[in-house]
Design a binder for this molecule. Structure first.
Ligand SMILES: CC(C)(COP(=O)(O)OP(=O)(O)OC[C@H]1O[C@@H](n2cnc3c(N)ncnc32)[C@H](O)[C@@H]1OP(=O)(O)O)[C@@H](O)C(=O)NCCC(=O)NCCS
Length: 186
């Protein structure tokens, strides 16, 4: 049973119980499995996750990071549980205090994609990061081929600022990216 004080959101979707909560060290194994397994293959084509080390090193770093996050928040990573099972995360990084941060959304289990989970959570979770970290905007940069996340942004009424060639983050390879800005008023 999850501690209520670490739960940000609780919803139901297609009969499934969904919560978004603070991360725990035991979630790290799912992050490592995701980044070193087939469910992130489309991202690995342009992200060099090995820059962070081996799977074991990523697991150890992530465990340490999740253990360091205060249970009181603010939480820069939120983990999704579907029917009690850790299933994905939404996170910010590249934070420029009181200005902006990069935001990322991952549903680790492909069988739970395209059933509306991200659409159900996105507005509330973006608002949380903007408020909790007192940011003016969130930036989402995505490879032009990543249709699901582009559709997600568009379905929230957000228009891409355009396509550019470059790196979306230091560990990314050069490629064509779309850049979305999620302003504080969104
Ligand atoms: C991107 C991602 C988080 C979207 O989450 P999701 O819960 O599957 O998205 P939803 O079911 O809420 O769908 C959102 C919109 O995208 C569309 N969509 C979702 N998957 C799609 C697909 N494979 N092809 C085309 N459109 C798709 C949906 O139809 C919906 O649009 P609509 O409201 O106009 O109908 C999920 O696909 C994912 O985890 N992908 C892997 C990680 C990743 O690439 N993250 C992006 C990097 S930050």
């Amino acid at each position: 049973m999850e501690n209520k004080s670490t739960i940000l959101l609780e919803k139901t979707i297609q009969g499934h119980h969904l919560i978004l909560r603070a991360p725990k060290p035991s979630d790290a194994v799912h992050v490592a499995e995701y980044w070193f397994g087939p469910a992130s293959a489309h991202l690995l084509a342009f992200t060099d996750v090995t820059a962070f080390g081996t799977k074991e090193e990523v697991l150890a770093q992530t465990e340490k990071f999740f253990a360091s996050i205060s249970q009181q928040g603010p939480w820069s990573t939120l983990v999704m549980d579907v029917d009690g099972r850790p299933t994905g995360n939404v996170l910010i990084n590249g934070l420029v205090p009181e200005e902006e941060a990069l935001v990322h959304v991952h549903i680790w289990d492909p069988t739970l994609r395209r059933m509306g989970i991200a659409s159900l959570l996105a507005r509330d979770v973006f608002a949380y990061f903007l408020d909790a970290f007192k940011l003016k905007r969130l930036i989402l940069q995505v490879q032009t081929e990543n249709t699901p996340v582009i559709r997600l942004m568009e379905s929230l009424g957000l228009q891409s600022e355009g396509t550019y060639f470059g790196k979306a983050a230091p560990i990314c390879k050069e490629g064509n990216y779309k850049r979305f800005v999620i302003p504080r008023s969104q």
